[in-house]
Design a protein around this ligand. Structure first.
Ligand code: GDP
Length: 529
């Protein structure tokens, strides 16, 4: 039931100028380079994947940060806020390595749009497609940036065709490249006829494709080629349709080179113009509109402090409605507890800064000493839970083996806290045996092991669990679930939110259970709360 709540015009205005987005890309397509260039445009620069604390020099890096460095992957997800021409951009960074895809999925629940970066020579790659599927599940509008146009690559028509065919997404070029590789001169802006040349910020206005200015700027037969191709593209591709873009069925395509800082300004203008501001968001009891005066938001990420001596964490809260003010106390709906927000962190420019206020679409960091979990809703108003932060059935299950039994209690606490953070999923077998951890990617286990040692002083290792897969269970028929549990007592466990789960030793056994208990749905994905 939707209850109309009074809108606050200041909240509405601040929400309207915000664009919160993520970049999705296959590793090496140029996400990091593009991120840096985007931040430079907004006059804010923060190294991607690093939340830098004040007093950087004093910080000791814990072991898991070493893993990150050694393997050259970014475990951390961070937020970068920058402002350009009155628009506030919140760029939510996602880890590139697929072993941390859960982190990425959760981050995508907190954005309103995504930029899909393709390498012009490679087109759609495996990781691009996976991330795209997550965006599609949530109908996230996608802007495409074809990167590395300064290198020999594939034909733009071929790339557009690939987007349409492999992603079933209409692709509309909003720019058309003038040359490619060493020959790249610039792009022609199809939506707003103009030329943008490489190595220049100038935008040369045109009356259209037959404007003779093109000859003056693009010498030789390149002008004729451009005309021919741009006309062909206009005929062959769907016209840009804002409605289709917003519902996630059409992508505007930009061409450029992040390395040479070409096409990046154009992309940013596109984000400001086309990407949506925060939209109404469904919660369990009603839909929440951003302009509602009372603050609400949800936690999609928790990051441990890099300093193992201080076990404080930062919970990343995506604001969905209202105004966040320093010093507020927010209700944590899951527990009913009040959470003081004395120093909300904003990730502006180089450092974290304490924010005085924040608005829908923004992400603020809230210091916590535990107790806040991924998926938690925090609110100033009525009690509701935002939907959609997903958990995926782990690909690997392991039993935790403790070398020193004296540390059992410490291990339990450590696992609880790390599960709150979403480092791994935690399951407690109903027969009381050792906890089981579940991960989507095996590198998560390395992170868990080194953090247990570095931050909690608990040396632990993992051994094979008898099961290979798990499912959450749902049924209107409570009794059926009870019957199933009683018959499979040794394979039952509770997840971190006390939901019952079933373990299976093989896919074959899982399928058999599904056949024998058709009234139970065995779910591979669970949306928290
Ligand atoms: P990520 O893995 O997606 O973050 O990719 P990076 O931004 O780290 O880029 C991967 C490699 O491609 C690096 O060597 C970059 O210098 C290079 N690169 C990124 N953008 C461009 C570009 O526009 N043109 C060319 N020629 N190289 C690029």
């Amino acid at each position: 039931m939707d209850m109309p709540l009074p809108a606050d015009s200041r909240v509405a205005a601040e929400a309207a100028r915000r664009r919160s987005f993520a970049i999705i890309a296959h590793p090496d397509a140029g996400k990091t380079t593009l991120t840096e260039k985007l931040l430079l445009k907004g006059g804010a620069i923060q190294l991607a994947g690093q939340v830098r604390a004040k007093g950087n020099a004093r910080r000791t890096r814990s072991d898991w940060m070493k893993i990150e460095q050694e393997r050259g992957i970014s475990v951390a997800t961070s937020v970068m806020t920058f402002e350009k021409d009155g628009t506030v951009f919140n760029l939510l960074d996602t880890p590139g390595h697929e072993d941390f895809s859960e982190d990425t999925y959760r981050t995508l629940t907190a954005v309103d749009a995504a930029v899909m970066v393709l390498d012009a020579a490679k087109g759609i790659e495996s990781q691009t497609r996976k991330l795209f599927e997550v965006c599609r599940m949530r109908d996230i509008p996608i802007i495409t940036f074809v990167n590395k146009m300064d290198r020999e690559g594939r034909d733009p028509f071929d790339l557009l065709d690939e987007i349409e065919k492999t992603l079933a997404l209409e692709a509309t070029p909003v720019a058309w490249p003038v040359g490619q590789g060493q020959d790249l001169r610039g792009v022609y802006d199809i939506l707003h006829p103009s030329l943008r040349m490489v190595d220049s910020d100038e935008v040369i206005p045109l009356t259209g494709l037959d404007d003779p200015t093109i000859e003056a700027r693009v010498p030789g037969d390149r002008a004729a080629t451009l005309r021919e191709q741009a006309e062909l593209a206009a005929g062959a591709c769907a016209e840009f349709d804002l409605g289709k873009f917003l519902e996630g069925s059409l992508t505007p395509v930009y061409f450029g080179s992040a390395l040479r800082d070409f096409g990046v300004a154009h992309l940013l203008e596109g984000l400001a113009r086309f990407a949506p501001p925060p939209r109404p968001r469904p919660a369990d009891v009603r839909t929440v509109r951003p302009e509602e005066p009372k603050l609400s938001g949800f936690v999609f990420k928790i990051q441990a402090n890099m300093d193992p001596q201080h076990r404080d964490r930062v919970a990343f809260l995506r604001i969905c409605s209202g105004r966040l003010e320093k010093g507020m106390r927010l209700r944590q709906v899951r527990t009913g507890k009040l959470v003081p927000v004395n120093a909300p962190l904003f990730f502006f420019a180089k450092d974290r800064q304490v924010a005085e206020e924040a608005w829908p679409g923004d992400v603020v960091g809230i210091a916590t000493h535990g107790g806040i979990r991924i998926g938690d809703t925090l609110t100033e108003g009525d009690l509701l839970n935002f939907q959609g932060v997903p958990s995926f059935a782990p690909e690997h299950l392991r039993r935790v083996r403790l070398d020193d039994p004296m540390l059992a209690k410490k291990l339990r606490k450590a696992l609880d806290e790390l599960a709150d953070e979403g480092v791994v999923q935690l399951f407690r077998p109903l027969d009381g045996s050792q906890p089981i951890v579940g991960v989507v990617g095996l590198l998560q286990l390395d992170v868990l092991q080194s953090r247990l040692r570095a931050e909690y002083g608990v040396p632990a290792s993992f051994e094979a669990a008898p099961w290979s897969t798990m499912r959450w269970m749902a049924s209107e028929d409570r009794e059926a679930i009870e019957r199933f549990s009683a018959a499979n007592r040794m394979d039952m466990a509770q997840d971190h939110d006390d939901e019952q789960v079933a373990f299976f030793t093989s896919d074959w056994r899982r399928k058999r259970a599904e056949e024998e208990f058709p009234m139970i749905r065995f779910l591979p994905v669970r949306e928290q709360h």
